[in-house]
Every structure is written in structure tokens, then in C-alpha cells.
Design a protein around this ligand. Sequence first.
Ligand code: A2P
Length: 268
Amino acid sequence: MNAPVSLKVNPDLQTVTQVTHWTDRLFSFRVTRPQSLRFRSGEFVMIGLAGDNGKPILRAYSIASPAWDEELEFYSIKVPDGPLTSRLQHIEVGQPIILRPKPVGTLVHDALKPGKRLWFLATGTGFAPFASLLREPETWEKYDSVVMMHTCREAGELEYGRQLVADLRDDPVIGELIGDKLQYYPTTTREQGPFMGRITDNLTSGKVFADLGLEGPLDPVRDRAMVCGSLAFNKDVAAVLEGFGLEEGSNSAPADYVIEKAFVGDGV
Ligand code: A2P
């Protein structure tokens, strides 16, 4: 009689419960949440699939759902020859994915000093941690107002965020908490739209303040910021924020703004 070959169940396997394709390059999906997993809204975990050789292919993904949600949501790019996303984009409801339940990250409320107005600055799939933080009651309890700036090349890429913000306002619990505190400022850079331009430019020129009727410019006494996008974007926004006198914070030394790199581009 043959002994069973490694019938050990992988404790890190979760099941896909929903998949939504937003464009030919963007999709979101939901998976079951391990009962033991606790995280702070804005953190990320490693998720992935078993590779052909049986070894897991894992990447860091911001959790797009809030800490109170029963499931976990993720928002991803599709890279045709990306080691993970070339396959992840084809996942279907009922299929397993690997999730290492060790959440970490700096886009958390604990890493910011108290302030009045909070800026969420995202490009592309960098919207994901803010999809979590926008649904986090602490966001609305701690700040008088929140400005969500999201910039993509084309309008279709803004749709996940646009839908999420619309649903938020209609949500009986979160909608009530938000009241009139949320200003949403989606812009495109390569397709004509109602609002256009890079986040860096719209902050330095003052356009976002003028368009939304907000008091400007950024002020370290009043303003806090969380940033998530490509490496180049993060670097340039940091310089803009520093130019206005904001200082970078971390879990161990809270300050005025925090940064996380979204997984974009090659190797995903
Ligand atoms: P742009 O079209 O002017 O390059 P990407 O898809 O390349 O990650 O870009 C996503 C969005 O972020 C685009 O709208 C892009 O504007 C903008 N972006 C890219 N790099 C920067 C940067 N260094 N500073 C500000 N915005 C940027």
C-alpha cells in the first residue's frame, strides 16, 4: 500500500468569493477572511498562487476592504506577462488563493499626528488602501474633512474608485459618518475629463483648492496626507508635501504624511 503523499492542507489558502473586471488592465476580487486575521485599515498582506513548480508566487497587496469587513478585497493590475497577475487575472469564484496572514504597512492612522484635514493621494491601483480607509469609521471620527485625489491616465481606470465612493455615500452606516466631510477629486492625464492633471501639479498650482473651494495651500498645522502610487509618483509627491512643510511619519514616529508603494508595472 502506498503512503499518502503530503496530504497536508495549506492553512494559508482562502477562497475567491467575487471577481469584477473594471477594464482590460484592472480587476478587483474578494476572498474569504481567515478568522484569526486582524489588521489595521490601510495595511497590506502577501497574496498569490502556486507556481508551476509548486512554489508560491506571492506579491504584496494592500487590503482594499476595511478592518471590519467579513471578507478581504483586493484591487489589481493585469500584466500580460507578469509572473502572478498573468494568472491571477483569470481567477474565478470558488478557486483558492494563498494569503499569508501577516498584515503590515505605514498607511495607517497610527502613523499620523492628529490633524484636521486628511489627503488621500493615489495613482492607478494605489487607490486600494484608500478603498479600505474610506470605509474605516476611524477616518471619519478623526478628521473634519478628507480629500480623495485619484489620478489615472484614462477615465475608465477611475471607475473602481468612483463606484466605491458612490456606494459609500449610499451606505446607511458609513454614509452617515461621512456626512459632507468627503471631497472626491478624480483626474485624468491622457484623456479629456471634467478634472485633469497630475496630483503634484494640482497641489502646487492650487487648482484642486480652487476647484473644490477649499482653503489652501497645504499647511502642516492642519493637513495630513497618505500617499500610494508608483515609485516616481511617491517621490515627487513627497517633495511637494515637504515643500509645504509636512514631515514624513512612520508607525514608530508619527508625523504629517506617510507613503506606500503600490505594485505597478513590471514583475507583478
Ligand atoms: P501622466 O499621464 O502625466 O504620466 P502610470 O500609469 O504611469 O503609473 O500613471 C498613473 C497616473 O499617475 C497617470 O495619470 C500619470 O500621469 C500619473 N503620474 C505618473 N508619474 C507621476 C509623477 N511622477 N508625478 C505625478 N503624477 C504621476
